[in-house]
Write a new protein. Structure first.
Length: 222
């Protein structure tokens, strides 16, 4: 992964801002696959990427390592964040409207609920990660899911979403889990779970489908 010094990263952002303004010398920021884990644009050395307030709208950040990055108040509208690592990132007041977040890791992202309220929804196409709370023999556990590209998905006015089927990547805290509602669905890592039927009406949030949330925090709080 390419690493950037603070000066190099600042130059990329300056050129990107010119590109957004259609000014001479501008170029779209291509930070795909970048390792920003040690970059710092803030006044304090936080030991992690500080991109607070940066305008990265429409930028290419696919597969970038932004774990623990400070992206508070950053403009990421329309940015390509597919397969990016945003785990433990600070997304407070960040604009994610229209961003491509397919397969992005948002686990433990601080302030992600606020970012979600500002326009983050399930991708209309392509695969992405999702989270679900289920029962186990020892209480509730969290399941990490992959919603495949070919699975139909639905998102109404609530944060809870539905998919036609999903692949279980991990059951955190148990060997397996199971749903509360009939017909009972068992969740085991490496297996696919499929809804008993599918309801095309997106506004029927609690209808047929595999229910999930976009972030782990939402699943845990459910």
């Amino acid at each position: 992964m390419k690493r950037y010094t603070p000066d190099e990263l600042k130059a990329v952002l300056d050129a990107h801002l010119k590109w957004l303004r259609d000014e001479e010398g501008g170029s779209r920021a291509d930070l795909s696959g970048a390792d920003l884990s040690e970059a710092n644009l803030g006044e304090a050395n936080l030991g992690r990427a500080d991109l607070s307030g940066a305008d990265l709208s429409e930028a290419d950040l696919s597969e970038a390592d932004l774990s623990e990055a400070n992206l508070s108040r950053a403009n990421l509208g329309g940015a390509n964040l597919s397969r990016a690592d945003l785990s433990r990132a600070n997304l407070g007041e960040a604009n994610l409207g229209g961003a491509n977040l397919s397969e992005a890791d948002l686990s433990e992202a601080v302030g992600s609920d606020l970012a979600l309220a500002m326009g983050m929804h399930i991708p209309p196409e392509g695969p992405f990660w999702a989270w679900k709370k289920v029962r186990s023999v020892n209480g509730y556990v969290i399941v990490k899911l992959l919603i495949p590209a070919e699975a139909r998905r639905s998102h109404g006015s609530e944060r809870k979403c539905r998919a036609e089927f999903a692949d279980v990547l991990e059951v955190i805290g148990a060997d397996e889990g199971f749903s509360d509602h009939a017909p009972r669905t068992n969740y085991r890592a490496g297996e696919r779970v499929t809804a008993d039927s599918w309801d095309e009406d997106r506004w029927e949030t609690c209808s047929h489908g595999i229910h999930f949330f976009i972030t782990r925090e939402e699943a845990e709080a459910y």
